[in-house]
Design a binder for this molecule. Structure first.
Ligand code: DC
Length: 224
């Protein structure tokens, strides 16, 4: 049987950094489901010029969209209808586009089905918002990773600064709070901690410490 690790939590909690590190350490495949929502949101809004605030428009365009992932040099790449969008989806705007389209059941149904298939026959670490609750309810290890919005905003700010992007920490925190609200209050698969998930607050931990905490949780659960 394959081993599945589910990591959920709000924007900027460190999910992808931690999941990537753990995947390497354990020899698992890392699946970033947020990138799939980002690619879909970006495709609709930018490539197709669709009003993504209109559920009807998004639903009408959904059947002709195919989102797939592949790995190049160990890095996940996301393709929409054959085009690699990985290079354009990491912005705050693409995050908001993802959060907007991820509210629609038609979008979720499509992506959840492919995520489910990806984890069926492989040892995976998958991160997102609904992994422990909906996508992989039988995952052997479930983590709910969180941190205060101030800490998360500071981390994003430092990341963007390091890339030379001018930004305001207040704006980033405001965006994060809005995104959390939308992700936690939508009707379909809102972000919440699965009953059997372990809560890990990363506010006062560095990356190595978080990896260590989750590795210990994994060690205690595997083989049970
Ligand atoms: O993890 P991220 O910031 O790349 O995710 C972008 C948005 O996509 C997030 O704000 C909500 C949505 N999302 C989701 O609804 N379900 C997932 N499993 C992953 C992401």
């Amino acid at each position: 049987m394959s081993m599945n690790i589910a990591i959920d939590g709000p924007a900027g909690a460190g999910k992808s950094t931690i999941a990537k590190r753990l995947a390497k350490q354990l020899g698992f495949i890392y699946i970033d489901t947020g990138a799939m929502y980002r690619a879909m949101g970006y495709y609709f809004a930018v490539k197709k010029g669709i009003d993504i605030n209109s559920e009807a428009e998004v639903a009408a365009a959904c059947p002709e969209v195919e989102v797939t992932i592949a790995y190049e040099n160990g890095e996940q790449q996301v393709y929409v209808n054959g085009e690699n969008l990985s290079g354009v989806i990491r912005t705050e705007q693409a995050g908001t586009m993802a959060s907007t389209v991820s509210v629609y059941p038609v979008v979720r149904a499509k992506l959840v089905e492919s995520q489910h298939k990806l984890a069926e026959n492989a040892d995976v670490i998958m991160d997102g918002r609904d992994i422990g609750t909906v996508v992989l309810p039988n995952a052997q290890v479930k983590i709910y990773l969180t941190a205060s919005s101030a800490t998360r905003a500071k981390r994003r700010y430092d990341e963007l600064k390091a890339k030379g992007v001018e930004c305001s920490i207040e704006e980033i925190e405001k965006d994060i709070i809005e995104r959390d609200y939308r992700d936690m209050n939508r009707e379909t698969s809102p972000l919440k901690q699965a009953e059997d998930a372990v809560l890990v607050d990363t506010s006062d931990l560095d990356i190595d410490e978080v990896v260590e905490v989750i590795f210990k949780i994994y060690e205690s659960k595997k083989g049970k």
